[in-house]
Design a protein around this ligand. Structure first.
Ligand SMILES: Cc1cc2nc3c(=O)[nH]c(=O)nc-3n(C[C@H](O)[C@H](O)[C@H](O)COP(=O)(O)OP(=O)(O)OC[C@H]3O[C@@H](n4cnc5c(N)ncnc54)[C@H](O)[C@@H]3O)c2cc1C
Length: 438
C-alpha cells in the first residue's frame, strides 16, 4: 500500500475550505495510487508518491463524456431516478440509457466479444464521476452492475455471449431480488425455493424492497436450489421474467419519494438456461458484488455536486447581516463536508488503484462502503444545520432554499440501508478484512 498521507500532501486534491472562492469541482485529476511506474513525481523519503493527475488519454475520454452529456442531457431532464417517479423523466431515462448503450459505454470495460469496449478501469470511474456530476439518469444498474458482474465472474461462455451484449445494449431492465420479508442482513437464510421440473425450475417465494421492480422486465433473483446442504452452498441465482403471470408486484413507497416493491412469485416456471453461472454458487456471486468488492461508484461526485450548491448558497445568503460564508461556524461545517468528500474520493481512487494493480481491496472493500454509508447521513445532517430551520421546507415552497435540496437530501440519506447496512459491513470489515473471529 502506498503512503496516502504523503501523496495527499504532495498533490493535494480538493483544496482547502477556502470554499468561498473555490471553483466548481473539476475532477481532471486522478488515481494510480498503486501504479508508481506511472507517476511523474519523485519519491519522498524513499517512498513512491501518488500521482493524482489523469493521463492525457483519460482526460480526452472525460472530455468526450462531457460532450456527450452536453449534447444528450438537457439540464431539465437531469434527475435522480432512485427517488423520482415522474413518468416523463423516466421515459427520457430509458431513451438516454439506450443512447449510452449505443456508445458502447454500458459495457465500457467488458471484453469486446461480450459487447464491451475493453476500456481500462479508470475510464469507468471517469464516466461514473461525470454522470454523477451531471445527474445523468443512467438506469439498469442491477443489469450492468450486479447481473453482468455475476455473469463475467461465473457465467459459462455461452451465457456470457447470450446475456452480456443485450445488457450492454439495454435490451431489458433488471431488478434485484435478494431481500425477503424474513431475510435482510442475514441473506443466507432466504427461503424462496427453486425446484427442478425436467429442464426447468419452478420458483416460489416472496421478495421485498424490489427497487425499480415496476419498471423492470427481469429480476436477478436468489433462490434456494438445495435445502440439504449448508445454507450458503444451496443458493443459486436466476434471471426471472417479471412479466410472467405468476409474478405480482405491489408498491412499497419510501420516505425519499421513491418506490420499492413487494414481489410475490407463485410457481413461476423458469427455463434451465436462465440459471446464472453454476448451481449453488449464487452466494459467492452476490458476495463478490456487494460485500467484498469496493466497487467504482462515484458517490463522492454526487456529494460534490451537492456541496457546490451549498457553497454557492453560502456565498449569496446572509444571516444577521453577514454572508454565511463569512461565519466561522459555517466555514468549519463546510470544511467537514469537503473533508468527507475528499475522504470518499481517495477511497474510490484507492479501489481503482487496487483494480489496476490487481491487488485485493483493502479490508475486503467494506471499509469504503462503511465510510460512504455513514458519511451520507452526517453529510445531509450538517447541511440542514448550515441552512437552519428553512432546511425543512420542501421544493414546492417558494421559501425553500436551494430548491428544497436540503430537505430532500436529508430524506434520501436514509436509503443507505440498500445493499446492506453499515453495521453489517462493519462485521465484514472485521471478519474478512481484519481476520477477527466471528
Ligand atoms: C431504499 C432501499 C432500496 C433497496 N433495494 C433493494 C432491492 O432492489 N433489492 C433487494 O433485494 N433489496 C433491497 N433493499 C433491501 C436491503 O438490502 C435491506 O434493507 C438490507 O439488506 C437490510 O435488511 P433489513 O431491511 O431486513 O434489515 P434487518 O436485517 O432486519 O436489520 C435491521 C437492523 O439490525 C441491524 N443488524 C442486523 N443484523 C445485525 C448483526 N448481525 N449485527 C449488527 N447489527 C445487525 C441492521 O444493521 C439494521 O440496522 C433495499 C433497501 C432500501 C432501504
Amino acid at each position: 500500500m502506498l503512503p496516502l498521507g504523503s501523496a495527499r500532501a504532495a498533490s493535494g486534491p480538493g483544496g482547502s475550505v477556502e470554499a468561498a472562492g473555490r471553483r466548481p469541482h473539476d475532477p481532471g485529476r486522478s488515481c494510480h495510487l498503486g501504479s508508481a511506474g506511472q507517476s511523474t513525481r519523485r519519491p519522498i523519503r524513499g517512498q513512491p508518491v501518488v500521482d493524482f493527475n489523469f493521463t492525457a488519454e483519460e482526460n480526452a475520454f472525460r472530455k468526450e463524456v462531457r460532450a456527450f452529456l452536453e449534447a444528450e442531457l438537457p439540464p431539465e431532464k437531469a434527475f435522480d431516478h432512485e427517488f423520482n417517479e415522474d413518468p416523463d423523466l423516466w421515459e427520457f431515462a430509458f431513451e438516454f440509457t439506450r443512447k449510452v448503450g449505443q456508445k458502447g459505454w454500458i459495457g465500457l470495460t467488458w471484453p469486446t466479444e461480450y459487447g464491451g469496449l475493453a476500456a481500462p478501469p479508470a475510464h469507468r470511474l471517469i464516466m461514473a464521476e461525470e454522470f454523477a456530476l451531471h445527474e445523468a439518469p443512467l438506469v439498469n444498474v442491477i443489469g450492468w452492475g450486479l447481473a453482468a458482474g455475476a455473469l463475467l465472474v461465473g457465467g459459462t461462455e455461452e451465457q456470457k455471449k447470450r446475456f452480456l451484449p443485450g445488457i450492454a445494449a439495454f435490451d431489458r431492465f433488471w431488478a434485484e431480488g435478494l431481500t425477503e420479508p424474513d431475510s435482510g442482513s442475514d441473506l443466507a437464510s432466504l427461503s424462496t425455493r427453486a425446484e427442478r421440473d425436467g429442464d426447468d425450475w419452478i420458483i416460489t417465494g416472496q421478495k421485498t424492497y424490489t427497487t425499480w421492480g415496476h419498471h423492470a422486465d427481469v429480476m436477478f433473483l436468489a433462490a434456494r436450489t438445495d435445502p440439504d446442504v449448508p445454507r450458503h452452498a444451496g443458493i443459486s441465482v436466476f434471471c426471472l421474467d417479471l412479466k410472467d403471470p405468476g409474478v405480482t408486484l405491489t408498491p412499497l413507497y419510501n420516505l425519499g419519494g421513491g418506490r420499492q416493491n413487494h414481489t410475490f412469485i407463485d410457481h413461476v416456471r423458469v427455463p434451465g438456461d436462465q440459471l446464472i453461472g453454476e448451481q449453488g454458487k449464487g452466494w459467492s456471486y452476490i458476495m463478490n458484488a456487494f460485500y467484498a468488492g469496493g466497487g467504482l461508484g462515484a458517490r463522492h461526485a454526487d456529494m460534490q455536486l451537492i456541496f457546490d450548491k451549498v457553497v454557492a448558497y453560502c456565498n449569496t445568503t446572509t444571516r444577521g447581516g453577514r454572508l454565511l460564508i463569512k461565519d466561522p461556524m459555517v466555514r468549519s461545517q463546510l470544511a467537514e463536508l469537503e473533508w468527507m468528500i475528499d475522504c470518499m474520493r481517495l477511497m474510490t481512487y484507492e479501489a481503482l488503484s487496487n483494480i489496476e494493480t490487481r491487488q485485493p481491496p483493502q479490508f475486503g472493500g467494506a471499509l469504503s462502503v462503511v465510510v460512504m454509508k455513514e458519511h451520507q447521513l452526517q453529510f445531509a445532517q450538517i447541511i440542514t444545520e448550515i441552512v437552519g430551520p428553512l432546511a425543512q421546507l420542501r421544493t414546492e415552497s417558494r421559501w425553500a432554499p436551494i430548491d428544497g435540496g436540503p430537505e430532500a437530501w436529508y430524506r434520501w440519506s436514509f436509503a443507505n440501508h440498500a445493499g446492506g447496512t453499515s453495521q453489517v459491513k462493519r462485521m465484514v470489515l472485521a471478519t474478512r478484512g481484519l481476520g477477527l473471529p466471528r
